[in-house]
Write a protein that binds this ligand. Structure first.
Ligand SMILES: [Zn+2]
Length: 491
């Protein structure tokens, strides 16, 4: 039975704060009618445009019981479309934008429309075929990491760094307080929600606050410490309204930038890295206020997405992707408290790619070692972090070869489940099936994938997102996931 047939809107809330969101949630189904556990598959656009869909969807169903397809439906990045990089790549919406939903944004139909696959509305193409195979289609909206070079109108939506420069990409991105970006995003989700027979929408943003970027505390370590965001006019106005001294915050980021650059140059602080870091926070507490502004602005943006979708179609499931960096960083773990999202999500997908985690965590350690954790050797920093995070993984010098264990998947799933306790939000972890690794790093096997899938459900998962992309997966490893799901009775 189709889930939406028995879901009913209980009431429409009007609260502007997170606490006002719960009434927008659809009522839970009757106990006698249990919807199938979601087994989701993200996918880039190329195979949806070029493959025989019946054959491909039958393969997903047969191997792993996939019942939800998550295409990267809006992106200006070639790899999410599934094509090689090119300077002329345009990308955008692979469905057709319906312009009545896009108000007060500089982006035009031509800016938004992805033209790489001809005049085809990809949602119109895939939804009827997917339905035949018992697969619902969810639009996966993962924020771009780079300013689209071929769409100049995107520039004014991007963040401004503490030197007053417009950013062009990661770790900067579009600003959550910029009304034009908000209008575009809310228009996009409303367009999908009203124009197509989809199962839901998942939105994600693989970024963190500016201070952590400045200090290189990231799995993407080595970034420009001068790129702290955001100091655009909208964030400054919001900061003033909250009583934050914007110029003191800016000065604090200047000091943090100097601290990081000195660390990279090998200049050890007299009092040690950690003491210097802590002193910086005492002298510039405005930095933390600015961090909180950034983090809470994103959460408010996510709540707006939830509200807009539910207002358009309360039967749709709304979810959020969570960047894997959150599971490596006690600093971002503090910022990204899933409890803050629990009231405005039907599902949350923590990215828990255990095989590739070894190499990513090593990158994180190297980044943090250049400043805040510079007093420790990388191996010691790794031990400390693993203890702080509550993981039981191998020593630093073996992590690249082994990756993280299935135990990491179970622990992070359980922590996520506990974070949303008391809310109907479900945790659907993203489990690693051949996420690309660096040289010398271990690869997934059918057995390792099966272990990770079982670990997710042992941790309390209510669904699963096979990750990251169907096009990356070896068929036998996808079958490994299916074998585990069958043994668990999920499919
Ligand atoms: Zn801003």
């Amino acid at each position: 039975m189709n889930r939406r047939k028995f879901l009913q809107l209980s009431a429409v809330g009007t609260g502007a704060v997170m606490a006002g969101i719960e009434p927008l949630r659809a009522e839970a189904p009757a106990a006698s009618v249990r919807p199938a556990t979601t087994v989701a598959m993200p996918i880039s656009i190329v195979p949806l445009a070029k493959n025989d869909l019946d054959t491909m969807f039958a393969d997903m169903r047969e191997r792993a019981g996939v019942n939800a397809l998550f295409p990267f439906m809006y992106s200006h990045e070639p790899h999410r479309a599934g094509v090689p990089p090119s300077e002329t790549f345009h990308g955008g919406n692979y469905a057709r934008p319906h312009m009545q939903y896009y108000k007060d944004t500089p982006l035009t139909f031509e800016d938004m429309r992805g033209t790489e696959f001809g005049d085809v509305d990809m949602l119109e193409r895939i939804i009827p075929v997917a339905r035949k195979h018992g697969i619902r289609v969810f639009c996966f909206l993962l924020e771009d990491n780079t300013l689209p070079a071929t769409v100049p109108n995107w520039q004014s939506l991007y963040e401004v760094d503490h030197h007053g420069r417009r950013t062009k990409g990661h770790p900067g991105g579009p600003c959550f307080n910029n009304p034009a970006y908000k209008n575009f995003t809310l228009g996009l989700v409303e367009d999908y929600a009203r124009s197509y027979d989809i199962g839901g929408i998942m939105w994600g943003s693989e970024r963190q606050s500016g201070f952590l970027n400045t200090l290189s505390i990231s799995q993407s370590g080595g970034q420009d410490p001068g790129g702290t965001t955001c100091f655009c006019e909208f964030c400054q106005n919001k900061g003033h309204g909250l009583g934050i001294d914007v110029e003191r915050a800016r000065a604090g980021y200047d000091e943090a930038e100097k601290f990081l650059r000195a660390g990279r140059a090998g200049e050890k602080p007299r009092d040690g890295y950690f003491a210097t870091f802590w002193r910086l926070l005492m002298q510039y507490p405005e930095v933390l206020a600015w961090e909180n502004l950034w983090v809470t602005s994103r959460h408010a943006f996510q709540a707006d997405i939830y509200r807009r979708i539910k207002s358009a179609n309360p039967a749709l499931q709304v979810g959020f992707h969570v960047w894997q960096n959150v599971s490596f960083s006690p600093f971002q773990r503090a910022e990204e408290n899933l409890t803050d999202l629990a009231g405005c999500a039907d599902f949350i997908r923590p990215a828990l790619y255990n095989n590739v985690a070894g190499g990513r965590f090593i990158n994180f350690v190297k980044g943090a070692h250049s400043a805040v954790l510079g007093d420790l050797s990388p191996a010691s920093a790794s031990d400390v972090l693993l203890h702080q995070l509550g993981y039981d993984e191998v020593a630093y010098d073996r992590l690249a070869a082994t990756g993280f264990s299935a135990g990491y998947v179970e622990r992070e799933t359980r922590r996520s489940v506990e974070s949303v306790a008391g809310h109907p939000a479900q945790i659907w972890p993203g489990v690693d099936i051949d996420v690309p690794v660096g040289r010398g790093q271990g690869h997934c096997t059918p057995e390792s994938v099966a272990s990770a899938v079982k670990a997710a459900f042992a941790g309390g998962a209510k669904g699963i997102i096979l990750s990251r992309n169907y096009t990356e997966m070896k068929p036998e490893n996808l079958s490994g996931a299916g074998k585990a799901l069958r043994e668990l009775g999920v499919i």
